[in-house]
Design a protein around this ligand. Structure first.
Ligand code: DAH
Length: 344
């Protein structure tokens, strides 16, 4: 029995030495040390031994078992270290390889344009105000001299939520809201950028949702020449000093008189070309002197206060400034388009 154990030990350790994978080691462990292995078998047969032999063989069997287990453990550690070594070798990082470029985002073109406009007007003493996008019929229309049934309401097809609530069709209600807050006691010089909504079919120049910038100046002696001066400064700073402006008579229910402002065409400088449809001018915004009814409804005495107002489509002026020919580019967020306008 002693010999049998010694042979087993020798045999097992030889196999362990030759093993080259962790799987083989595991198989050796099971076949020699497992419950059905030869060592267990030897131990089971101990009953047949004499009482003197029993402890000697028992002791030997345990030593053999331990020696095989240690052999297995050592070999396992060796194989694992070897595997790690190999892995480290094959997974070496070449720090001299050129890095992958990291793409850096930037502000959306509309965001930068609004910021630019805000800065221009802040420079002329205007404050930036905001108003809600879900607006009441009263502020969106009535307070702007567009009573129910007024035909000019048709100029702005609306998304109504209830009879009295709608998505604002323009930023002009912010004029009425802000004036209403001060109830005729304060001069006001504000702009309001924001989203507006109209029931239009989307195409290259229309969108059911777009953005506007509204302007309002109310004080005791505001004149049409102030409007012209402010808009002229804005146009030159925004589009370039060489650009000229002109005001044409127009109609808006909330201003009287009303104007539309054109800037000279940047391609032909007013001579006429295909960009400006041979007119030499391109329309950029509407404005005028705040209608006395609008002042009155907001609590301002029109015999004491006067004001001017204007409103422009942000996308439209961005399109003119950067030669963008489809308004949908602003909303489809294709990075190839947007990244052209990122500012450092
Ligand atoms: N609210 C007008 C629109 O959306 C634009 C506008 C015209 C605003 C004249 C004004 C204004 O403040 O005075 O078409």
């Amino acid at each position: 029995m002693k010999e049998r154990l010694q042979t087993l030990q020798q045999e097992a350790l030889n196999k362990v030495n030759q093993a080259s994978t962790l799987e083989t080691l595991q198989a050796i462990r099971v076949s020699y040390l497992g419950k059905k292995g030869p060592i267990t078998e030897v131990l089971r047969g101990m009953g047949k031994l004499s009482p003197e032999e029993r402890p000697v063989i028992g002791d030997l069997a345990n030593k053999v078992r331990e020696s095989i287990a240690t052999g297995l453990d050592n070999k396992k550690a060796d194989l694992e270290a070897e595997a790690l070594e190999k892995k480290l070798e094959t997974e070496q990082i070449d720090v001299t390889l050129p890095g992958r470029p990291v793409s850096v985002g930037g502000p959306h073109l509309l965001t930068s344009i609004v910021e630019e406009i805000e800065n221009l007007f802040i420079g002329m003493g205007f404050e930036v105000r905001e108003g809600p996008e879900v607006e009441t019929d009263y502020y969106n229309f009535e307070a702007l001299n567009l009573p129910k049934g007024h035909p000019a309401r048709d100029m702005q097809d609306s998304f109504y939520i209830t009879e009295e609530l709608l998505l604002r069709t323009h930023t002009s209600p912010v004029q009425a809201r802000t004036m209403g807050k001060y109830k005729g006691n304060k001069s006001l010089k504000m702009i309001c950028p924001g989203k507006v909504y109209r029931r239009d079919t989307d195409d290259a120049t229309h969108s059911h949702q777009f953005t506007q910038v509204e302007g309002l100046y109310v004080d005791k002696d505001v004149r049409m020449s102030d409007l012209k001066g402010v808009l002229n400064r804005f146009a030159k700073q925004f589009f370039g000093e060489e650009r000229e402006i002109r005001l044409r008579p127009s109609f808006f229910p909330f201003t009287e008189p009303s104007v539309e402002m054109d800037i000279s065409c940047k391609v032909c400088h007013g001579k006429g070309c295909s960009v400006c449809k041979q007119t030499g001018w391109i329309e950029i915004l509407g404005g005028g002197m705040v209608h006395p009814r609008v002042l009155e409804m907001a609590g301002y005495d029109p015999t004491v206060y006067s004001g001017f107002a204007f409103g422009m489509g942000t996308e439209r002026i961005a399109m003119l400034k950067y030669g963008v020919d489809d308004i949908r580019y602003f909303y489809t967020n294709d990075v190839r388009f947007l990244s052209q306008y990122y500012k450092a």
